[in-house]
Design a protein around this ligand. Sequence first.
Ligand SMILES: [Fe+2]
Ligand SMILES: [Fe+2]
Length: 188
Amino acid sequence: MNKKLKAFALAFLLLTLVTGILLGFTLGLTHPLPWILIVALALVIVLNKKATDSQFVTWKDEYSVGIESIDNDHKNLLKLINQLQTSSLYYTGENFDKDALSELIDYTKFHFAREEKMMEEHGYPDFEAHRQQHRKMTDSVVRKVLEYEADSEKTVEDLLEYLKSWLINHINGTDKKYSSFLREKGVK
Ligand SMILES: [Fe+2]
Ligand SMILES: [Fe+2]
């Protein structure tokens, strides 16, 4: 079901429940129907919020690589992913989508350049393999963005899925390897 249809279905369900509650009260305060519908309404609201919240990424202390500037970059990247997620969920329009996308891509490139400079400066032995992972990721994202004009909704959804899993895995795996090497060399 596409985003607009989903939003319409939810609005219709909420409106039906509210109407049902109001009509239910005409049967009297002691009638169980309006109270059952109030519980159903609360349940729909809570479940919808839960489903929405679960699509956002949250920073966890276990993601820390122990280097402040890199942690701050990673936190910013998660923030930018969430910004794109907001655009995707609430259909804020093509301009918001495009701004969120380009901000995310620019910041990703800036962050990769910072990491690569640090690794190179300190003679990290797996530097080339790490840089290749960054290249592969940016190439995939740039290729995917080209599909935006043909199907904006699917492109953003696919990108979000890819970015969330790639970034968390990369921070927790590959980035932790070079960061422990740098920390041994005194980088904080
Ligand atoms: Fe990183
Ligand atoms: Fe990295």
